[in-house]
Design a protein around this ligand. Structure first.
Ligand SMILES: Cc1cc2nc3c(=O)[nH]c(=O)nc-3n(C[C@H](O)[C@H](O)[C@H](O)COP(=O)(O)OP(=O)(O)OC[C@H]3O[C@@H](n4cnc5c(N)ncnc54)[C@H](O)[C@@H]3O)c2cc1C
Length: 412
């Protein structure tokens, strides 16, 4: 059995650590900000198994210019960051051809098909329960035409994934299921394939607490990985060296500089999302409600309601623009007039995204003792358990050819 170092203690690093421990390895996690609030703690908290459509789509070229005119709309670009992001944007455009979209969809479906079972296995390994709630989700639409088009797509995706219960609803039936939706809209789709996590922060902290007992945490920022006969060395910014038999890079958006310092290339940029969390809200929902035409979602947690999402393409260090969180609250009041516009806590998180929406899960092409596990974009919470299992299989030499599309080789 090996001693394996994992750079990054977000949801991907923690799920991977638990799978490796379960296979009998010794694990050390190097995390520079264990009490921090990265993407893994502030997300919408949804196990989004039905979502297998990549962000690039054939219709994208028609919608993007309209979206970009609105700096608070579903998609915004920080223009000053555009030159740095150009290679990623160009690849995003190339990924929107119908053939590439279909390939990405099938590739994501391969991961999603086992996501529910992998979550169950992860909970067993961690010894936790009660963290996931069944109950599906609603997606509301402003027009019946948009709802019907989305219904056809959702039905096709459900078939590809092995079947979920999907209902096409008018506005009255939607309000019967979620009474707070008293504003104007044309109808909705109910999909029982979605589940909701207890609360992303609580879930991650529970996994981290288990790992503090079974693994070692090093409070440090990794600056580079080097390899030699003796093993893989993770050097920290404080110039300390930690030697392992094997190592995993699972540092979210910050994986890119670590990969580049190993001489590899990757197209990984930040799709930032903003949200607002209301504690003890005066209004709540019976299940998550997606406002897909406006790019955001509202998720009810035990005594909280979180409203947000959308996409802002910007470099990780560019200053946040919380007006985007306020814009989503305002938009939601059209559907849920009782939602307070002020009073919640705003947050911004960085989705680590590849232009083809396919995460990087694979071994270093030049050294099979190093694995990559990052680039999960909008779906890292959903895919963490699956990713962890695949990384453990890769190290065991037990991974199949199905993992080839996830390799970092595609960017070399
Ligand atoms: C608004 C929003 C809503 C979302 N909703 C959902 C959802 O409902 N369902 C879903 O499945 N996904 C959702 N996501 C996506 C999901 O949150 C991310 O894909 C996932 O959290 C990425 O996890 P990660 O562990 O790769 O990265 P992170 O959460 O960013 O964690 C990376 C960790 O690595 C550490 N680190 C970085 N660099 C170093 C270094 N050099 N040395 C040591 N440590 C380092 C960081 O401190 C951090 O703790 C959402 C994201 C956003 C922004």
């Amino acid at each position: 059995m090996a001693h394996i170092g994992i750079v990054g203690g977000g949801i991907i690093g923690c799920a991977t650590a638990l799978h490796l421990l379960d296979r009998g390895h010794q694990v050390t996690i190097i995390e520079r900000d264990a009490g921090g609030l990265p993407a893994s703690v502030g997300n919408a908290g949804i196990l989004a198994i039905p979502e297998i459509d990549p962000i690039a789509s054939p219709g994208m070229l028609l919608s993007v210019p309209r979206w970009l005119l609105d700096p608070l709309g579903p998609l915004a670009l920080r223009w000053g960051d555009m030159p740095a992001m150009l290679p990623w944007l160009m690849k995003l455009l190339r990924s929107s051809s119908p053939a590439t979209v279909e390939r990405s969809r099938a590739t994501l479906a391969f991961l999603m098909k086992s996501a529910a079972a992998d979550q169950t296995a992860l909970a067993r390994i961690a010894g936790i329960s009660g963290h996931l709630r069944q109950g599906g989700a609603l997606t509301v639409f402003d027009t019946e035409t948009a709802r019907d088009k989305a219904f056809a797509r959702a039905s096709e995706n459900a078939r590809l994934l092995g079947g979920f219960g999907i209902d096409k609803l008018d506005a009255a039936e939607s309000r019967r299921r979620v009474p707070a939706l008293s504003g104007n809209f044309a109808g909705a789709i109910y999909n029982d394939g979605y589940q909701t996590f207890e609360y992303p922060l609580t879930f991650l902290r529970r996994l981290q607490a288990v790992l503090r007992e079974r693994a070692t945490f090093i409070d440090a920022a990794a600056s580079m990985l080097t390899w030699g006969e003796q093993g893989i060395t993770v050097r920290t910014e404080a110039q300390n060296n930690h030697l392992f038999d094997k190592a995993v890079v699972a540092a979210g958006i910050w994986s890119r500089p670590l990969v580049e310092r190993m001489g590899l290339h990757v197209l990984l940029e930040t799709e930032r999302g903003y949200n607002t969390t209301f504690v003890n809200p005066t209004v709540t929902l019976e299940m998550p409600v997606f406002f897909s035409e406006h790019g955001f979602v509202a998720t009810p947690f035990e005594n909280m309601l979180r409203v947000g999402g959308a996409v802002e393409l910007a470099r990780p260090e560019t200053a946040a623009n919380y007006a985007r969180a306020a814009a989503m609250r305002r938009k939601m009041r059209r559907y849920v007039p009782d939602l307070p516009e002020e009073g919640g806590t705003e947050w911004m998180g960085r989705r680590p995204s590849t232009p083809d929406s396919i995460p990087v899960i694979g071994l270093h092409p030049g050294d099979a003792r190093i694995a990559f596990a990052f680039g999960h974009g909008h779906l890292g919470l959903t895919l963490a358990a699956t990713t962890g299992r695949h990384v453990a299989d890769l190290f065991a030499g037990a991974a199949g050819a199905e993992l080839e599309p996830f390799s970092i080789r595609r960017f070399q």
